[in-house]
Design a protein around this ligand. Sequence first.
Ligand code: ADE
Length: 239
Amino acid sequence: MPTPHNKAEMGQIAKTVLMPGDPLRAKFIAETFLENPVLFNDVRGMLGFTGTYQGRPVSVMGSGMGMPSIGIYSYELYSQYGVENIIRIGSAGSYTDKAKLYDVVLATGAYSESSYARTQNGCEDDTLAPSAELCDALRASAAKLGIPMVEGVIHSSDVFYRHDDRTNPTYWERLRDEKGCVAVEMESFALFHNANVLGKRAACLLTISDSFVSSEATTAEERQLSFTNMMKIALGAEV
Ligand code: ADE
C-alpha cells in the first residue's frame, strides 16, 4: 500500500468498512452520518472516507458496479489495509413479493453463475455464505432500531440487461423457485469469496429499488432517501 487503486496509507482505514456501489453515496454517508470524516482515497473517483459513528471508527468507500470492481477494492482493503469487516450496502431488484420496494434485505447467501471464485482460486461453489457474526450484529442493530429485514439468498449477477423475458418460466422465476433467490444485485458473491479466502468477514444489506414481480422502480432521489434505513442498520452494527 498504497495500491494501484487506493492511495490510503496504512492506518487511515478503519477495521470496518461500509461499501455502497456508488462513490458519491459513500461521500453522502460520510458527510451525513460520520463525525470528522477524512477522505483517504479518490483514485479513479472511488471515494473513501474514515470517521466515527457513535464513537466507533468506521470507513465508507465506493465499490463500483459488478464483481470485478468490488473484487479489486475489497481484496486490497482486506489484504493491504488490515480491514476485518466489509458490509456491502447496495440496491437490488426483487424476485419475490415478500421483498417489496424500499424493504431492506439481509443476504444469507449469494448464488452466482459468475466465474469469479473459480478463476480466483479454483473454488467451484455457486453459493457463498456471509459471516454469521456480522449478520448477527446486523440483526441486533436492526432490532434495536425497530427496522424489519427480509432475509434470504440473493442472486449476484454479471448481467444487468438480460433478455430472458421470452422464456417460461423466466430466468428470474427459476432462480427464485430453484435456488431460493429473493433479489438480484451484482457484487456480493465476489465480496463473500474474498472474505473467505483471506479469513475476513463480509455481509450484505440491500434496499429493494425495483421489482421483477410488479415492474415498479424507484427514482434516484427516492433511492437516496429510502437507503437511510439500511445505512443506519449497517452503521449501528457493533463489530
Ligand atoms: N440492482 C438494483 N436493481 C438491480 C437489478 N434489476 N439487477 C441487478 N442489480 C440491481
